[in-house]
Design a protein around this ligand. Structure first.
Ligand code: GUN
Length: 295
């Protein structure tokens, strides 16, 4: 079997088009313009690129967006004061602090400071708790994007053996909770693997759907999966540079060998990556509707 490629670029574009139409309607019917503020502290080049992409997508969809780029030496108090100001700003419905923040700032205190109703990253403990009890407001963007990739590719999640590699707060734990919900597009049997699992392959070979956020290039090889598996690769690893200076990327899955056994697989790049920003935009629109009591 050679796998069907799950095209995240195409699915993300479809979601952006749906959102663009919805945003135009919100403006016309209710004079409501969703607003997103991004905060970036320091000069990490990758974070700069991500924030730039979030800003660009917001503008293209008709979302009002504000970019707050702060120097690396910004104090925690200054950052918390900005968050407080944005919490009170009626034009801002979503606040995103790009992670990681510099080490002299507590990531937890920053996340706790964001008004949970503006927490479009879904990382505030209130939103983590609401997801856990099955009443989510905001799902974290990357796992939300993974669920959408599966649903929109027609993959049956209900009753499926889902095996997740990685237990991070950004991906592993929330995707486990999302797919465990008693809802359409969920109801999976979920196993979460991590660095202390003794025999990873014993678990991955059972998977109907394998979600890999291991942080190691090509960690999953063909001998570790069963025939007909659906593979979602969350990894983005730079393994070299082309002559023209472009990054050569690969995922956490050995794509070339695994695609020969899988029923469907996401590529890197062009799989999960494009979905993250699309889902952030969806959360921002939801935050605006919540604030206007439209939902
Ligand atoms: N850095 C890497 N992923 C994310 C994310 O989903 N949200 C934020 N705020 N920062 C990140």
């Amino acid at each position: 079997m050679t796998a069907r490629i799950i095209n995240g670029t195409k699915i993300a574009k479809q979601i952006r088009e749906e959102l663009k139409a919805e945003i135009a309607e919100l403006k016309e019917k209710y004079n409501l313009i969703p607003g997103l503020a991004t905060i970036l502290v320091g000069d990490d080049p990758a974070s700069h690129i991500y924030v730039g992409q979030k800003q660009k997508t917001s503008l293209a969809l008709g979302i009002y967006s504000e970019r707050h780029d702060l120097p690396a030496e910004t104090s925690e108090e200054e950052l918390l004061a900005l968050i407080d100001q944005l919490n009170k700003d009626k034009n801002i419905h979503g606040i995103l602090v790009q992670l990681p923040v510099p080490s002299h700032i507590s990531e937890a205190r920053v996340i706790y400071a964001i008004n949970p109703r503006k927490d479009v990253d879904g990382l505030h403990p209130m939103n983590v708790g609401k997801l856990t009890i099955g009443e989510p407001d905001f799902l974290p963007s990357t796992p939300y994007g993974i669920q959408q990739l599966l649903i929109r590719s027609g993959i049956n999640i209900e009753g499926a053996e889902v095996v997740i590699i990685g237990r991070s707060n950004l991906v592993g734990k929330p995707i486990a909770n999302i797919l465990l919900q008693n809802k359409e597009g969920a109801n999976a049997i979920v196993t979460v693997c991590h660095t202390r699992v003794r025999d990873i392959a014993a678990h991955t070979r059972r998977a109907d759907i394998l979600i890999v956020a291991a942080g190691t290039p090509k960690a999953i090889t063909a001998d570790m999966v069963k025939e007909g598996v659906v593979v979602i690769d969350v990894g983005t690893n730079q393994i070299g540079t082309t002559k023209s200076g472009k990054a050569i990327l690969c995922g956490d899955v050995d794509f070339d060998s695994v695609k020969e056994k899988a029923a469907a697989i996401t590529p890197v790049p062009g799989g999960v990556g494009p979905m993250t920003i699309a889902m952030l935009m969806m959360n921002t629109v939801k935050a605006a509707k919540l604030s206007a009591r439209l939902i």
